[in-house]
Design a protein around this ligand. Structure first.
Ligand code: PRT
Ligand code: MG
Length: 211
């Protein structure tokens, strides 16, 4: 059995067409059901649904052989025990710094200055501001980051941006792009060694679907 970990929402929605190109489909009603283990049209392939941020953990510990995770999630996780063979080029966005309209970001991040930043991405944000030589007070949040600068919890946020609509709706401005983000295929390194003959054809099929 090959187990593929996906998360509900855009990762599942964007991965299903790639799987379909490799001849693997879910039963029509499966994606909408509340089941967490979904059989596929191939008896030897199943999908498990987990939280987006838990996908690397499941694959790292062998709870799934493969998974699809955003680069943001992967970098925060660290990638230990994971082989990352493919950029699937789905779920694309960018990691950015955003601040309220009128906030003088250039002044706030001059060398040696101090800035308060709210984010779910504390590792990536810490690295980014360290690279710039800026002292940062990080406030870890799990969602609704946009609210933090509006009520004075932070000067700025680090979050994912795609259309920019969420920032605009909250009168925030993207002041710096940190890195482009897309979803990656990840594979348990040990499984690839011991069951490579089983896993490689599926990896190859996803590669063809992405090309
Ligand atoms: O919701 P949960 O806590 O379970 O996990 P999650 O929020 O990480 O899952 P999900 O499904 O929302 O995101 C899964 C992956 O999709 C992320 O890890 C990213 O790699 C990728 N992705 C691509 C995005 C976006 N685009 C995106 N726009 N993830 C989140 N967003 C959010 C962003 O955080 C912000 O709140 O959408 C809002 C901005 O969108 P725009 O279009 O208004 O700019
Ligand atoms: Mg979400």
């Amino acid at each position: 059995m090959i187990t593929l970990a996906l998360s509900k929402g855009r990762i599942l929605d964007d991965t299903l067409p790639l799987l379909a190109q490799g001849g693997i489909t879910l039963a029509a009603d499966e994606a909408d059901s509340r089941a967490l283990i979904l059989p596929t049209s191939r008896a030897d392939v199943r999908v498990v649904l987990v939280r987006a941020s838990d996908v690397p953990t499941y694959v790292q510990h062998g709870g799934a052989d493969l998974g699809v995770a955003g680069l943001d999630v992967l970098l925060e996780h660290g990638g230990l025990g994971l082989f990352q063979p493919l950029d699937l080029r789905i779920a694309q966005c960018r990691l950015s710094v955003a601040a309220p309209e009128g906030f003088d970001y250039a002044h706030a991040v001059r060398q040696g200055a101090r800035i308060r930043v709210a984010t779910k991405y504390t590792q990536l944000a810490a690295q980014h501001f360290a690279d710039k030589g800026v002292h940062v007070d990080l406030i870890k949040l799990y969602g609704s980051m946009e609210l933090a600068p509006l009520i004075g919890l932070a000067d700025a946020i680090v979050d994912l941006v795609s259309s920019g609509a969420t920032l605009r709706a909250n009168r925030l401005v993207e002041v710096e792009a940190i890195m482009p983000i897309s979803a990656r295929l990840i594979v348990n390194r040990a499984a690839l060694k011991t069951r490579g003959a089983q896993l490689r054809p599926l990896i190859a099929a996803l590669q063809r679907a992405t090309a």
